[in-house]
Structure formats: structure tokens, C-alpha cells
Design a protein around this ligand. Structure first.
Ligand SMILES: Nc1ncnc2c1ncn2[C@@H]1O[C@H](COP(=O)(O)OP(=O)(O)OP(=O)(O)O)[C@@H](O)[C@H]1O
Length: 906
């Protein structure tokens, strides 16, 4: 379908005009009349009468804007918008229109005879939603899903819900139906909170597919049209490093990590638009018990509970909740438990080449092998079990204890993989080529394993690599993935068999983690059978049996833990004005899970609350009016909450930024890069300094950067001493602080290389750190710079805010100042942008005017040099680069077009 965003003046027109010496004297074209098959469109009378009633299955009116003619077609008539505009760069200027045939009337899809059908009227789902679920393989509810949704007050949004069901039981559908109803029927916003970025991405993609054809009524503040009009549902995924042009105001449905959801809710409370929120879904509710992230989840739910005036429905779910009734009582929710799993899981454990069912019945013996590599019984069992499953054409996940083991196991597995046909081999090579064209180039291990249908997946890979591998596995090209716990939670992939090491690193996995890992096998819609094999050493058998029999632990509040959750909860309650007086503070505390699960809470909690309030006062984050007893957040307190930091981080950031404000070293970018290096990246878990590498780097700093280093407290002499074998003991507060500064500086050296166009894999190799970590670091820093900028804005430090935003952008694009324009084009980032620039492609206009072969050549030059492909592969690689060059050209032209039109309009 022709896009409604197409503009009447194309980049080609402008470039041609410029070439002909026409300068900017471009004539706006009036578009030609739409070539629409009008026989299927309703008459004007029908249109007007439909337009007057309020049925949201209706369609909107014809519109003229900027010389284009746009027909917005009702969902019943195929939906979408039909625009009659000359296609950019089409030589004929002919309109491209594809109009879906009209569907049956809205009422016709209702299935009133089967109450499990998604189209049954009791669920109140629009036809397009039902079709959307159908496209994802879901047409009917399972009886438990129907029973759960039929609990009183759920569909109407009046009641909250906490439920538990096994992995792969289909929990998401229940929450999705409730969220979608709020968005479409009630025209409220919905937030779905999930713990990991990968799940944000998967869920956002799924919901976009389900709601693809749905049109909702835009509010009166539509972008360019004051009339009533229809638009698609705005679904946005929020996580650190994600970019979206849609914010709280525009979105209908947000899928967020816990931290992003908290920030979104704080902002909505702050600008008094929280009443637009209809429902919040907490997926993996057991995360409440996570010491680091649980407190934020708890205070988020607490705030929603306290917003009693606007009933916001709360929906919480998990496969690993032992105390569902306690959590339901806390959230004033209906509780629902179910044990149904659509595909029952066959669970086994393996020890010394013998396979046992969970009831200790011996079910099979794994033959011993003469091969040297398979002498170890654990390796022998893993390879044999994986091979047997792949031989039958099914997918396997092998959970390994370390990243190293994932890679070694993949390399070993390929020796045993069955041969594949030419077509499969060619498609696998496509995946290899895709991996080769990522910014980091082709990984040495994946290059060998993917053609055989094996891959590994762990935090050391970049997000592009992880996505390509998961996609290849989903499409059945990769048959075995050796992974760490990164693939354990929430991922929906076609694994018939999961083979699990009971250890992660040196420790045993937790019972909840084990359940999640096993839960990846036999997912409905992905496979028809599910099997798990816990492969352990003889010496571990007692501990493994205990692990297998362990009950799910009860989820407990971590708000009063060492992470300072209570201080943060109080600060946020006060800053958002939910808890400012003694009474409201009391109500607020009573709404926490902590209060709910503490024996004699009024007595037990009083001293720790008083201590937390005192801390906030001493740190100048809040003030207390001694006459009225009212609490108020200070500027620093508000800045801390607005930027999503905890109280400790806010105080530290304030100290650092105020020091920097008084004496900022702007001779080069070293000081500012240090400034936006996240504070937590300097914790011991995040990075270990290689003092020899640091010494080499510090020795190469120019005098300006050295001055900045000294300014933040880094002494080159000390670095040298450490490189020669010195030890930095973190035994006193001063030494802890010193170590923190050195670690932060070490990380900022890596970041400085990134913004100065060194590719991720080169920086990773230089510091001997996984490229996935460097990539993650860069996106965390971007987020940190953006939130620090918010902190500065609230503090009134606008100059510093602008500086931080600028560097956040540079980090995003991975280029120096002179390439920032060019790097707006997709695929033209970092080193690639530099290659373009040095080959004369210095501006977007130059790229838009270039021949595609020139762009292909430039992309070829920018390829990482680790590629060693055979000749036939070279040909295919060239074709891949040609495709990419065409995308670059089209994108450059689009950006150029848009800029020219803005210029003309101005
Ligand atoms: N009613 C249904 N009919 C057919 N397929 C369904 C139905 N409900 C869910 N599914 C499918 O079952 C699979 C698992 O569902 P879902 O992801 O909701 O499981 P879950 O209970 O959230 O599991 P986990 O706790 O492991 O994340 C998905 O592929 C989903 O599309």
C-alpha cells in the first residue's frame, strides 16, 4: 500500500532540479487522482451516516494535505490509508495503490456457539483482534484461560488479578486480552512490564502482529488533522537503549522493562495524565523477590495501588509463585491457580550415562563412546541426547554452565551433526552472510558452526547476533543452540528438548531458574512434545535431587534490603506527592508488600522508616516542614526521581556534576565522556581493570586528556605502579572510592574509543572484553547520558544538559562531530560513516545523489576484515552488499526529501 507519509516532492526531483541549475525552485506537484477501484468503497451517503455513529468499526473521511489525497479506509474495507502520490523516484509518477477487498460485516465473525472462541461476544474483542490472534495460531482459549478471564469484574477492568500457571500454559493471552480491551474498548493506555529487554522486543513484535489491522479513534490532537480520524494502535517497546519517536502522550500500549515502566508512571503522575492509564500487567511477578530489581517493581505496584481515585487494573502473573494468595491479598486481586500445561513436559535426569524419569525409574542407558572427546559422561550424554533429537528433525536448547562451555560445546556438536540438503545448507549460509554483515563481522566460532546447524547464544554476543541466531533457530535452520541462562526466561522458541547443566558458573541454579529453563521445551504452536534432561555429575547427584524436589520459594519483599529500596520508595512517594503528610505516608507504606508480609508491621517498620526519612533529609533530597509535618522533595530529590535514579545514585551524581560545573575541562572529550560513564559500570562485578592495558592507554593520552584524567583523580604514576604488580586494596572508604574512580575512568576510555569511531569488536579485542559487553555498555551509557541530562534540566543546569545530550547522540551514532549528519542514515554508522566521508560521500545529499554501485563499493571497504569466504560465497556476499546499498540509497533519499520539504515549508 502506498504510504500516507510519501511526500509530493521527491529527492530525485530536487536533485534533478539542482543538477539542471534549478536551485531550490521546485514546484509542488498536485497529485493525480487516486486509482482506486471505487466499486468496493461505500457511497458518500453511507460514509456520512457511518461517520456519524460512534461505532469504532467505522471509517474516516477523505482528506487533502500538502497536495496529496488520502483516503482513510475503514477496517471493514481493508483498513489503512490510500494515498495518491507519485511514488518517490518512480519515473512515471504513477500512484501505487493496493486495496484489500472488503471483509464481511463486523457482526458476521461472532461465534456465539463456542464460548471458548475468541470471537465469542463475551470477550468483546473486535474482529481484527480475533483475526490478529488467529494469525498467531490462537483462535480459541484453553478452558483455564476462559475460566480465569470469567472471574467477576476482570473483563470490565474493575478487579485486579494475580495468577499462576506452568511455563507455556498460555498465561500471556489472559493478560493480553485484558490489556487490549482497555486499549480498544475503553480507549485507555496499557503498560506491560517484563523483566528483560529480549522479552520487551518479542512481546512488542507479537502485539504489533496481533493488532496490525486494528484501527482506533485518534483523539482530537491528531498530528495534522483536526478531524475525527482513525489510526493504528501505537505499541511501543521501552528499554534502555531503545529509541522511539512516540512518548507517553501518543502511545496506547507500552511494553517496558521494570525501570522504564517506573519512569513512565512517575512522569504520568507528574503531568497529571495518569488517569489515561487503564491497566498495568506485571509479567514474571516473582521478580519482586529479586534483591536488585524487586524493590522497583514493588514501589511501582505500590504507587498504582495508592492512586485510588482512578482505578487502574493490576494484573500479575508468573510460573513460579508459591504464595499467590498473599500477593493477591496485597494487590486486592482475585487469585487464580492452574496446573494445566497444553504440552506435558517429560522430565528426566541423567547421571553416569543412565537416564532416569523424575520418579527415579531408569528409562534408558546412553551408550559409551570410544571417542576421546566423549570420554566424559556429561559430554557424552549431552551430545548423544542432542544428536538423537536433531536426527529426528527437532530443535534442541543446551543450557551450559559458562560462556566458554557454550562455544566449546557448539564446536564439538558440529562433528556429529547429520548432513543437510543443499537448500538447507544454502539458507544456513544466508545466515552466515547476515552475521558477516553485522558491524562486528563474523564470529570465528559461528562461522564454523552455523553451516552445520549449531550456534551459541550468551551475553557476549551483540544484540544483532543474538537476534539473527534466535531467528535462524525459529525458522528451523539452526537446530541446536548452546546457551547460558540468557535464553531461560520468557523466550518462545521451538525446542523439543532442553538439556540442562544444573550449574551456572560454580553455583547451582535456583529452583525457579530450573523451572524456567525446562519451560522452554514443548511450547504450544512451536512443537508438539516437550522433554527436559538435567545432566549432572555423579558427585552432584545429592544436590541435584534436592534441587529437583525443591518447592518454589515464596516471593518476599526486598524493599527493606540493602539496595536501599525503602529510601527510594519514600523519595518517590514524596516527589510524586502521593505521600507528603504523616497520614498519606502511612497509607503509602501500608500499600507495600513489605507492610503486608511483616509481622506486627507498625512496630517493626517504624524505626527503619524513620531512619530512611532521616537519610533523605540529611542528603538534602527532601525537607520536612516542622509546623505542618509535611514532606516535600527538594530540587535534587525531584531531579533524582525524574531521571530514574535511586537516592544514593542521585546524591553521587549531584556531587559529581556540581564539581564538574565549577570546573569542567572542555579541552577535549575525555572529561565529558567520564561524566556520562554510568556510576554502576564502575562496580567490581561490571568490570575488572587490566592495569597493563590501562597503562598503555593512559600513556597514549594527549596533554588535554591527561589533564582531564588528573582532574577526576586518576594518577598516571599510580596506574604504572599497578601495572607493575601493585594491588589496590578496597579496605577503607577512601580506597573503595579510589577504586571506583579508576574503574569508571577505565570504562570511559573504552567509550571514548567508541565515539571516536572505533568499531565495537576492535574495542572489545583491545580490552579483551566480550563485544556484547561493550555494546551493552555503550547503550547503557547512552541511557545514562540521557537521564543525567534530565537530572541537569530539573536542576536548571541547561548548558550541561545540552552537552550531555550531544554526547549521548554521538555515542549512539558512534562518530565524531563531522560525521553526525551522515550517520543518520541506517547502516552508515561509526567506521562505515568515516569510509563514506573519506570517499567523497560527505553529506546526506551526496549519498542520495550517488550511484548505488558507489555506495556498494564504500560498504565493501567498510567491512570488517575477518571475513574469509570461498569464491561462490564472495558472489553472494556482493549481492548482500548490493541490497544494503539500495537500502542506504533509499534511506538517504527519504531523509533528504523530508529535509527539503521542511525547508520549502519554512
Ligand atoms: N489458547 C491458545 N491456543 C493456542 N496457542 C496458545 C494459546 N494460548 C497460548 N498459546 C501459545 O502457547 C505458547 C506459550 O504461551 P505463553 O507464552 O503465553 O506461555 P506462558 O504461560 O507465558 O509461558 P512462560 O511462563 O514460559 O513465559 C505461545 O506460543 C502461545 O502463542
Amino acid at each position: 500500500m502506498a504510504s500516507a507519509n510519501r511526500l509530493p516532492v521527491t529527492a530525485e526531483d530536487i536533485l534533478r532540479s539542482k543538477r539542471n541549475g534549478g536551485g531550490t525552485a521546485i514546484h509542488l506537484k498536485r497529485s493525480s487522482v487516486a486509482l482506486i477501484d471505487t466499486t468496493n468503497l461505500p457511497s458518500k451517503r453511507q460514509r456520512l451516516s457511518r461517520d456519524n455513529d460512534n461505532d469504532d468499526d467505522d471509517y474516516a473521511m477523505t482528506d487533502m494535505h500538502h497536495g496529496r489525497k488520502t483516503l482513510k479506509v475503514a477496517p471493514d474495507w481493508g483498513g489503512g490509508e490510500v494515498t495518491s502520490t507519485p511514488a518517490p523516484f518512480s519515473s512515471t509518477g504513477q500512484t501505487q495503490i493496493l486495496l484489500a477487498p472488503p471483509a464481511s460485516t463486523p457482526a458476521a465473525y461472532r461465534n456465539t456457539s463456542n464460548p471458548l472462541s475468541l470471537s465469542h461476544p463475551k470477550w468483546g474483542l473486535k474482529r481484527e483482534v480475533v483475526l490478529g490472534f488467529g494469525a498467531c495460531g490462537i483462535t480459541e482459549m484453553y478452558p483455564w484461560q476462559s475460566e480465569c478471564l470469567s472471574l467477576p469484574g476482570l473483563l470490565s477492568g474493575e478487579q485486579n488479578l494475580v495468577y499462576t500457571a506452568p511455563t507455556s500454559a498460555g498465561k500471556s493471552l489472559v493478560a493480553d486480552v485484558l490489556a487490549i480491551r482497555q486499549v480498544i474498548a475503553e480507549r485507555k493506555k496499557a503498560i506491560i512490564v517484563v523483566p528483560y529487554i529480549a522479552i520487551v522486543q518479542e512481546k512488542t513484535k507479537f502485539l504489533k502482529k496481533v493488532l496490525e489491522k486494528v484501527r482506533v479513534m485518534a483523539d482530537s490532537k491528531g498530528h495534522w488533522d483536526k478531524q475525527k480520524r482513525w489510526r493504528s494502535v501505537n505499541i511501543v517497546g521501552f528499554h534502555s537503549g531503545a529509541k522511539s519517536r512516540l512518548g507517553w502522550k501518543e502511545l496506547d500500549l507500552a511494553v517496558c522493562t521494570i525501570e522504564k515502566a517506573n519512569a513512565l508512571i512517575n512522569a504520568a503522575i507528574e503531568d497529571c495524565s495518569i488517569d489515561h492509564l487503564g491497566v498495568v500487567v506485571f509479567d514474571e511477578l516473582h521478580m519482586l523477590g529479586d534483591p536488585h530489581r524487586g524493590p522497583i517493581l514493588e514501589l511501582l505496584a505500590t504507587k498504582i495501588l495508592c492512586l485510588s481515585e482512578e482505578h487502574i487494573q493490576i494484573v500479575g502473573m508468573s510460573a513460579t509463585l508459591a504464595n499467590v494468595h498473599v500477593l493477591a491479598a496485597w494487590l486486592h486481586a482475585q487469585a487464580y491457580e492452574c496446573t494445566y500445561r497444553p504440552i506435558p513436559l517429560r522430565e528426566h535426569y541423567v547421571v553416569d550415562n543412565a537416564v532416569y524419569a523424575y520418579n527415579d525409574r531408569l528409562t534408558a542407558r546412553i551408550p559409551l563412546s570410544e571417542l576421546k572427546e566423549l570420554k566424559d559422561p556429561v559430554t557424552n550424554a549431552v551430545i548423544t541426547l542432542a544428536f538423537a533429537c536433531v536426527k529426528d528433525g527437532h530443535g534442541v536448547l543446551v543450557f551450559c554452565e559458562s560462556r566458554r562451555r557454550c562455544e566449546d560445546m557448539s564446536l564439538l556438536l558440529i562433528k556429529f551433526m547429520p548432513r543437510c540438503d543443499d537448500n538447507t545448507r544454502e539458507r544456513r549460509m544466508e545466515v552466515v552472510r547476515d552475521l558477516a554483515t553485522t558491524t562486528t563481522g563474523l564470529d570465528f566460532v559461528l562461522e564454523r558452526t552455523v553451516p552445520a546447524g549449531v550456534a551459541f547464544h550468551h551475553a557476549g554476543l551483540t544484540t544483532e547476533e543474538k537476534d539473527l541466531i534466535a531467528d535462524a533457530y525459529d525458522r528451523g535452520l539452526v537446530k541446536i543452540i548452546c546457551c547460558t541462562a540468557t535464553m531461560a526466561a520468557g523466550v518462545n522458541l521451538p525446542a523439543r528438548r532442553v538439556i540442562i547443566s544444573p550449574r551456572m558458573g560454580r553455583d547451582f541454579v535456583s529452583p525457579a531458574m530450573l523451572r524456567q529453563m525446562k519451560g522452554r521445551a514443548g511450547r504450544k504452536g512451536k512443537d508438539t512434545v516437550g522433554e527436559s534432561f538435567l545432566v549432572c555429575r555423579k558427585s552432584d547427584i545429592v544436590a541435584v535431587k534436592a534441587l529437583m524436589e525443591a518447592k518454589m520459594p515464596s516471593v518476599e519483599s526486598c524493599l527493606a534490603g540493602e539496595e536501599g529500596g525503602l529510601k527510594r520508595a519514600l523519595l518517590e512517594g514524596i516527589a510524586t506527592k502521593l505521600a507528603t503528610s504523616a497520614d498519606s505516608l502511612d497509607d503509602y507504606i501500608r500499600a507495600t508488600l513489605l507492610f503486608h508480609t511483616t509481622a506486627d508491621p507498625a512496630v517493626t517498620l517504624r524505626p527503619i522508616i524513620a531512619a530512611a526519612l532521616e537519610y533523605l533529609k540529611v542528603q538534602n533530597l527532601i525537607t520536612e516542614d516542622t509546623h505542618t509535618g509535611y514532606f516535600e522533595a527538594t530540587k535534587i530529590g525531584n531531579a533524582t526521581v525524574a531521571s530514574g535514579f535511586g537516592p544514593d545514585e542521585g546524591v553521587f551524581l549531584h556531587q559529581e556534576l556540581s564539581r564538574a560545573l565549577r570546573n569542567f575541562n572542555l579541552e577535549c572529550d575525555m572529561h565529558i565522556v567520564y561524566q556520562f560513564t554510568p556510576i554502576h559500570s564502575s562496580s567490581t562485578q561490571a568490570v575488572e581493570i587490566d592495569w597493563k592495558v590501562m597503562r598503555d592507554e593512559v600513556e597514549h593520552l594527549d596533554e588535554h586528556a591527561l589533564r582531564a584524567a588528573t582532574f577526576v583523580g586518576v594518577n598516571p604514576g599510580f596506574v604504572n605502579r599497578m601495572a607493575q604488580g601493585g594491588a589496590l586494596k578496597e579496605d577503607t572508604p577512601a580506597n573503595i572510592e579510589k577504586a571506583r574512580v579508576y574503574r569508571r575512568f577505565y570504562v570511559s576510555l573504552m567509550l571514548r574509543e567508541l565515539i571516536n569511531e572505533r568499531p565495537v569488536h576492535v574495542v572489545a579485542a583491545n580490552y579483551d572484553i566480550a563485544r556484547g559487553f561493550i555494546q551493552q555498555l555503550s547503550s547503557t551509557c547512552r541511557g545514562f547520558a540521557t537521564t543525567s541530562a534530565t537530572f541537569c534540566k530539573v536542576m536548571g543546569w541547561t548548558g550541561l544538559a545540552v552537552l550531555l545530550e550531544h554526547y549521548s547522540w554521538r555515542l549512539d551514532l558512534g562518530v565524531k562531530d563531522d560525521l553526525m549528519e551522515l550517520a543518520r542514515i541506517p547502516f552508515v554508522k561509526s567506521y562505515t560513516a568515516r569510509v563514506f566521508y573519506e570517499n567523497g560521500l560527505k553529506t546526506i545529499e551526496a549519498v542520495a545523489a550517488a550511484d548505488v554501485s558507489v555506495l556498494r563499493k564504500a560498504l565493501e571497504m567498510a567491512q570488517p576484515k575477518r571475513l574469509r569466504l570461498r569464491q561462490e560465497e564472495e558472489v553472494k556476499m556482493a549481492a548482500r552488499l548490493q541490497e544494503r546499498a539500495e537500502i542506504v540509497l533509499a534511506a538517504a533519499r527519504r531523509i533528504y526529501e523530508q529535509e527539503c520539504v521542511v525547508e520549502l515549508e519554512e
